[in-house]
Write a protein that binds this ligand. Structure first.
Ligand code: VG1
Ligand code: CO
Length: 560
């Protein structure tokens, strides 16, 4: 067994996005493409790859198993001491974060493109997480990118192919390899966080509280089974699409009302009281019961407000709450009422990590179906789903009539007001069009007359006065690092807000996201749909930006 050096050509397009490098599988299969990126990660690791212990996991999508072998070969050549690998390459993103932390490793390589479709003709992705269990900060991802632009060669030890389907301790050349159960450690940490005896008592004594969990054929199937069937002793019927498939059954494993249509259909047809889904790699969640869809921005606010019912927070307290910038301000109000420190960070989970490590952040979320806490350093779909079960179990204690998701939401709105929120995605538009839209926003923002101008909705009398405009910049309060250009924000005098940003997770073309938020304290509006509540504001936003003209699209691809 000898280490061989391979000459390579550098690539110019291996810049990690919002959450790792995501490209078409065909691109990763190109000569040297996967190898170069893996070599760059190992070279960019804060303390170097030599002598390190690394976790390898992912959502089990197509090209993951081949990539695990590539990591073994390059890692062995670099001098990695030990790999801890999820069986058959499977570890949900939050489960991998937990393993990195629990076994005090130097980081992990996650093989996932999250909610992007998988399979030979779809997407693959590679993401590096540091020793705190969180996505690498920009200082590290920038270093990875710099290395990929100039890499001249990579080294490999060819010790053949190691079977990763069997749990146990093995050797890859001189490197220790431990193949672990993908689910066990994760269930253990969940049991330390939630009140499982309470949840169990509630679900077993309340047959009218029907449950359906949809894994969208992503990684969470086995996790859902371990929690709902093995721990809570519910019947198999509560699981749907829970066998992980390398191409997610051809679906788009994103838990929203559009892509989780199987769940939506089943919930409506059977009037399921508690429906939930998670994405390809298990970090997103959707909570959807009959007649009640929980907007992710509301979800994190409700979880924070009910934190006391969750043993982890009851014992340890809540040390700060946060949201990503485009996420609705529902959680701001909860933080204020409880006297918690509050943070607004750019889109992407990596920005929460420093705050959590400093003990200043306990609960946070993103509008993109991401919710989580400082139990790990990734958003956590199954955690959010069990958090809602815990809250519902607590809310139903001593009640003779079933308290549903809808009632919890309405109570929340009565207490705090309602932040109507929606996101319009214009996927795979031309990069020229997207850039022209942003350039035009820059021009508008710079023009002296824009602030203070008034816009009227086309379908009603509603009008909006522009009160402020800015391109969001974030300064990390812990390490002082500055992230510029994080989204164009237009605020209006009634507190409404529209945000525009370009997606950093697409695998090709550009995706423009428009986020719309309107606050209401009018109780008669609380039952309205977000679409109705936001209609006038959306009309104004489209008019101001001339979005349809720039993007050549009349309608968004997805509305969430
Ligand atoms: C999107 C979401 C963002 C999320 C990111 C990763 O990023 O908007 O909130 O953190 O995906 O989620 P972007 O740059 O495309 O808007 V996941 O589940 O794909 O890891
Ligand atoms: Co994900």
């Amino acid at each position: 067994m000898s280490i061989k050096e391979f000459k390579t050509t550098a690539f110019s397009d291996q810049k990690p996005g919002t959450s790792g490098l995501r490209k078409r599988v065909k691109v990763f299969q190109g000569e040297h493409y996967t190898e170069n990126f893996v070599q760059a990660i190992l070279d960019a690791m804060p303390n170097g790859g030599k002598g390190s212990t690394l976790v390898i996991g992912g959502d089990g999508r197509y090209w993951a198993r081949e990539t695990v072998q590539t990591i073994f070969k390059i890692g062995a050549a670099v001098g990695v001491k030990k790999f801890i690998v999820g069986q058959d390459s499977i570890l949900s993103t939050p489960a991998a974060s937990n393993i990195i932390r629990k076994y005090k490793t130097d980081g992990g390589i996650l093989l996932t493109a999250s909610h992007n479709p998988g399979g030979p003709n779809a997407d693959f992705g590679i993401k590096f997480n540091t020793s705190n269990g969180g996505p690498a900060p920009e200082s590290v991802t920038n270093k990875i990118f710099e290395i990929t632009k100039t890499l001249k060669s990579y080294k490999m030890l060819d010790a053949g192919t190691l079977d990763i389907t069997k749990i146990g301790s093995f050797k890859y050349g001189p490197v220790d390899v431990e193949i672990i159960d993908s689910v066990k450690d994760y269930v253990e940490i969940m049991e330390t966080i939630f009140d499982f005896p309470l949840i169990s008592k509630f679900v077993s004594s309340t047959p009218e509280f029907t449950i359906l969990f949809d894994g969208l054929h992503g990684v969470t199937g086995p996790y859902g089974r371990a929690i709902f069937v093995d721990t809570l002793k519910l019947s198999e019927d509560v699981l749907q699409n829970c066998i992980p498939l390398q191409d997610f059954g051809g679906g788009h494993p994103d838990p929203n009302l559009t892509y989780a249509h199987d769940l939506v259909a089943a919930v409506e047809k059977k009037q399921i009281v508690f429906g939930a889904a998670s994405d390809g790699d298990g970090d997103r969640n959707m909570i959807y019961g009959a007649g009640a869809f929980v907007t992710p921005s509301d979800s994190v606010a409700v979880i924070a407000d009910w934190a006391d019912s969750i043993p982890y927070f009851k014992k340890g307290g809540v040390h700060g709450v946060a949201r990503s910038m485009p996420t609705s301000k529902a959680i701001d109000a909860v933080g204020k009422a409880h006297g918690w420190e509050f943070f607004e960070v750019p889109t992407g989970w990596k920005f929460f990590g420093n705050l959590m490590d400093a003990g200043r952040l306990s609960i946070c979320g993103e509008e993109s179906f991401g919710t989580g806490s400082d139990h790990v350093r990734e958003k956590d779909g199954v955690w959010a789903i069990v958090a809602w079960l815990n809250i519902l179990a607590a809310a139903n204690q001593g009640k003779s009539k079933l308290v549903t998701i809808k009632e919890i939401l309405l109570d929340h709105y009565k207490k705090y007001g309602r932040n109507f929120f929606s996101r319009y995605d214009y996927e795979e538009v031309s990069s020229e069009g997207a850039n022209a839209l942003i350039d035009n926003l820059d021009k508008l923002f710079a023009s002296p007359n824009f602030k203070g101008s008034k816009y009227k909705a086309s379908s009603s009398d509603a009008s909006f006065d522009v009160s402020d405009v800015y391109n969001f910049t974030y300064t990390d309060p812990i390490d002082g690092s500055v992230s510029k250009n994080q989204g164009h924000v237009i605020t209006f005098s009634d507190g409404s807000r529209v945000v525009f940003r370009l997606s950093g997770t697409g695998s090709h073309g550009a995706t423009v996201r428009m986020y719309i938020e309107k606050y209401s304290k009018n109780e008669s509006e609380y039952g309205n749909s977000a679409a109705d509540g936001l209609k006038p504001l959306i009309e104004v936003a489209l008019e101001i930006t001339q979005l349809k003209k720039f993007l050549g699209r009349d309608e968004p691809t997805v509305i969430t």
